[in-house]
Ligand binder design. Structure first.
Ligand code: ATP
Length: 475
């Protein structure tokens, strides 16, 4: 089943249960404390908090998400993308736990020829919150094997916004991929074998004084209880498509195939190259989606995240032996793979791709200038007692060659060499202080020159004419 078909089955199922289908919001988060939309509930926070009235008390969406926190997992686990799509059903003061559990079970286990997703009930597991006996008995009533349930504490299975407001227990749904993929015993034993696909949050408490995930004050029960759920579309897709990971699904894999053609290497040949192929396919797609929502490469905020994604793509392809520009081949292929779900990508593709290709060209120049210097610094580090690239060398690379510290850390790390990051940061701070002092001096200079000019005027005494002029004008 294609990824887009899974998304439409999910939405169609909830539409039949009287949910209003809402389009995805932009990846640019409406919440000023996060750069990107990180979950399906983000656009609905005002409804969950009761600050605004929703267009319907039951809604469903397929939200575009970016999680940069997961960037180091990409390509190494089977289930983490920097960009992914989160399906969800939401109830704002309407149905609650019993219906949420029923809908999830029903849709997951309904045979595919009846419109469901057709998971074998025997492969499903859930985790529930410590004191949530109700959720456990609801799951068993639906047909969940009582041996396939784990009880977890606040750290894992209690949700809040991080501040005062709604909160409540969660129940996460997992799929057991079987003994070939790891140890038996449930999600807390092996997260490569048991894959989390869907998280149901039952918001029934008002919480206050939230100090950490486990330290907060539960004020009491909410009058309007909410349901907020998030299901990973790519994770469901890879399990249903019989693939090994999300990167091999239909919306991502074509980029891996194109990268194979460019590099002459085969995916599946060796693990290190495979990680690079997956990183490339993931990052190209994320960059495309982020740029299509209006972000352009820069040195701050979202633009910097985007810049890192594009640079990591170029570098990973370089490690696969490709020294020519890669984005002009990979970007159109990613767009073609995504356009069934996002036809609007075509409207901006000309501008987006031009900006991406320009960024690649600029980065190639940076790489050319810096790589020889860094190689020498790494060689020197290997021979030195400290065994690390000095802060001074890292600083010169940054300051003179525009080589970002992340890149120095990454390239040196690949060769098993550390970088004296503390030393680098100290030199950066010194440079900042110098710049600040210079700016101050300049300001003083300007002030003094103004003062000098003013002083000169004082050598010619000023005649006070105010009242005279004023009275002559008023008559
Ligand atoms: P995990 O612990 O596996 O990283 P999570 O607990 O961070 O997942 P949630 O925040 O509960 O996940 O997100 C809801 C759902 O979104 C998850 O059940 C999963 O299916 C999906 N999801 C979360 N993060 C990612 C990601 N980086 N890539 C793909 N899907 C994701």
């Amino acid at each position: 089943m294609r990824t887009s078909e899974i998304a439409s089955r999910f939405q169609h199922y909830f539409e039949k249960q009287d949910h209003l289908v809402l389009p995805s919001a932009s990846l640019i988060s409406p919440n000023p404390t996060t750069l990107f939309t990180i979950a399906g509930m983000v656009p609905f926070i005002p409804y969950l908090l009761g600050e605004q009235t929703p267009p319907n008390r039951r809604v469903t969406s397929n939200q575009k998400c970016v999680r940069t926190l997961d960037i180091d997992e990409v390509g190494k686990t089977t289930r983490h993308g920097t960009f992914f799509q989160m399906l969800g059903n939401f109830s704002f003061g309407d149905y609650f736990k019993a219906e949420a559990i029923h809908y999830a079970w029903d849709l997951l286990t309904m045979p595919q020829d009846k419109g469901g997703l057709g998971f074998d009930p025997e492969t499903l597991w859930v985790t529930t919150y410590t004191d949530d006996d109700e959720a456990r008995s609801l799951w068993v009533n639906e047909g969940m094997d009582s041996e396939h349930m784990e009880i977890l504490g606040m750290e894992d299975n209690f949700w809040t916004t991080g501040g005062p407001g709604p909160g409540g227990p969660c129940s996460e749904i997992y799929v057991d991929r079987g003994p070939k993929y790891g140890k038996e015993g449930g999600p807390s034993v092996d997260d490569n074998r048991y894959i989390e696909i869907w998280d149901l949050v039952f918001e029934n408490y008002a919480v206050d004084n939230v100090k950490s995930k486990t330290d907060m004050h539960i004020v009491g029960e909410l009058d309007n209880k909410n349901i907020d759920t998030g299901a990973g579309l790519e994770r469901i897709a890879y399990l249903l498509q019989g693939k090994e990971n999300i990167y091999e699904t239909d919306e991502i894999y074509p980029v891996i195939e194109a990268a194979e053609r460019l590099s002459g290497h085969r995916y599946g040949e060796d693990e290190q190259s495979d990680v690079r192929f997956r990183v490339v396919a993931d990052h190209v797609r994320s960059a495309l989606m982020i740029m299509s929502d209006g972000v352009r490469p820069s040195n701050v905020g979202r633009g910097y995240v985007l810049r890192r994604l594009l640079r990591r793509t170029v570098r990973s392809m370089k490690m696969l032996g490709v020294n020519e520009p890669v984005l002009p081949t990979l970007f159109p292929i990613s767009k073609e793979a995504m356009e069934a779900s996002y036809p609007e990508l075509n409207d901006t593709f000309h501008d987006v791709s031009e900006a991406a290709y320009g960024e690649e060209d600029a980065f190639r120049r940076t790489l050319e200038n810096g790589t020889t210097i860094l190689d020498a610094a790494v060689k020197k580090a290997k021979q030195s007692n400290a065994g690390e690239v000095s802060g001074k060398d890292a600083f010169t690379l940054h300051d003179t060659y525009g080589f970002p510290i992340e890149l120095t850390l990454e390239i040196a790390g690949e060769q098993g060499v550390n970088v004296n990051e503390k030393g680098f940061r100290e030199l950066m701070d010194e440079q900042k202080s110098r710049a600040r002092a210079d700016a101050l001096k300049k300001r003083h200079n300007v002030d003094l020159s103004v003062y000098d000019d003013f002083k000169k005027t004082l050598t010619n005494p000023i005649e006070f004419v105010g009242y005279k002029e004023h009275s002559s004008r008023s008559t």
